[in-house]
Ligand binder design. Sequence first.
Ligand code: EPU
Length: 472
Amino acid sequence: MRTLKVVGGNVLSGTVIASGAKNAMTKLIIASLLSDKRSVFFNVPDIGDVAITLDMCREIGMEYVWDKEAHILEVETKEIKTSYIPQRFSGSNRIPILMIGALLSRSQGDIVVPMVQGDAMEARPTDLHLAALRSLGAHVEIQACSNTEAACHAFAPNGLKGTEIILEYPSVGATENSILAAATAKGTTVIRNAAIEPEIIELILFLQKLGAYISIDVDRTITIQGTRIFHSVQHTVMTDRLEAASYAMLALATNGRIFVKNAQHQHMVTFLNAVREIGASFSVKQDGIEFWAEEPLHGDIHIETDVHPGFITDWQQPFVVLLTQCQGSSIVHETVYENRLGYVETLTKMGANATLFRQCLGSRNCRFNNHSHPHCVVIKGKSELHGQSISIPDLRAGFSYVMAALIAKNESSIYGYEFLERGYDHLIHKLQSLGANIELEKAQKSLKEANSLDLFDSLLQISKQSPSLKSL
Ligand code: EPU
C-alpha cells in the first residue's frame, strides 16, 4: 500500500475538472453486456473501480479499448465465453452481484459470481437483489467458500419473465440489478419503491439508447418491457457529483475559491442548499459551479442522509470535516448505511470536537435507531486540526482524511492511497494544481513486488483485508 504525505494549511484555489461518475460508469460497462453490439463511452474516469470492472468483464468475453488520455472506452462482448467470475474478485467492489442481472439474459448455464460473507455480509446485505431476481424467475443461491467468502450461483432454465417487484427499501444496487434483468425478460416488469438516483437515470438513458423500453413514474415506479433487439450506442457519462462536491467542500474548508468545471447543477441541488445554509456562496456557471465563502462559516445545521433527492450518504464524510471548520453545533444523521461514521474517531484524534450517538437525533427515527453502530454525530466547531498518521478504511472516509490533513497545520501520513484511486481520478495532480502540499511517498516495495503487484491486484488484496471496504 502507498502512503500520502500531506502538509496542511494552504488555501486551495483555482479550477478543477470533475471527471465522469464512478457509480454510473461501472454500471454502464455491466449494462453493455446485455448486447453483442459495440458501445462507446466518453468522459470515462481513470479510476480503479473502472479498471476492476473491465477486468471482470474481460474474464467473461468482453473486448475493450480504453484511451485514458482521451477518456474514451470502447467495449464489445460478441459472445459470453464463461459466466463464472473468479473468486479472486470477491470483495473487490459492489459490481459482481450486478453481473447476475445482466448475464441471465445471455447465458443459459450457471452464473457464478463471488461475494463476501460472515461479518462483512451482515453489513453488506444482498437480500433485495436476490428477491428481485427470484421473482423474475431465476434460481439464485449463495454458497459459502470459506469463513469470509461466498459465491452466488444463478440460472434461469426457462428464461426470465416480467413481474412486479416491490423493493422494501429503495436500494440503488437492487434497483439496478432488477432493471438489468428485466431489460430482456419476457413481458413487462414493474419495479415499485425503486431508487431514482441520477446514476440510475443514467443507466436508464444508456439502456434506452441500447434498445430497451423503460419508463419512470413520479412515484418511484420504473416499468420495463423486455426486448432482445439492441443497437450500438455512444454515450457521454455524467459528471461525478460526489467528486464535484468533494472539491467544493475543500474550497470552503480551506478558505479558498474553486471553480468545479463540469459540475452539474441538477445533480447537486440538495448539496447546494446545505452549502448556502452554512453561509457559503456558489455561482452556477454555464460549464460548472464556483464555490467560496465571503464570511466565516456557521454550523447550526441538521443534515440527514437519504436516498435521492436527499443528501447523499457519500457527501456525508467530507461535510462532517467541513462542519469542524464552522462555528456552532451541527448534527449529521446517517440513515442509508448503519456503519458509516467509523472515521469520526480519527477526526477527533486530529482535534475535531465530534460525539457519536446510537440513537437517532432529529425529527424522525430511521431503521438504525439504537442499533449497535453509532449513526449520528454532533460536531462543534470551529476546531484546529492537527496532522496524524492515518490508515484509510474506505474510499469516502479516505477523502475525508485527506481533507482534514489539508486543513491541519502540520504534516500527516495517510496510508492506503489505493482506496482513493478507486474513485478519484488523478486526485494528487488535481489537488496539487489547487495549491495543496500533497505527494505520494516513494514506493518502499522491492523491485520483484513492483513487477508483480499492479494497482488492480493491490486493490483486491487490501479490499479483502478491510471489512469496512467490503461493507460498501
Ligand atoms: N441494502 C439491503 N439489502 C440489499 C441491498 C442494500 O438491506 O439487498 C441496504 C444496504 O445495506 C444499505 C442500503 O440498503 O444500508 C443502501 O444500499 P444500496 O443498495 O442503495 O447501495 P449500493 O448499491 O450498495 C451505491 C453506491 C454507494 C452509495 C449507495 C447509496 C455503487 C457502486 N455504490 O451502493 O457508493 O453510497 O449506492 O447511494 O454505486 C461510494 O461511491 O463510495 C459508495 C459506497
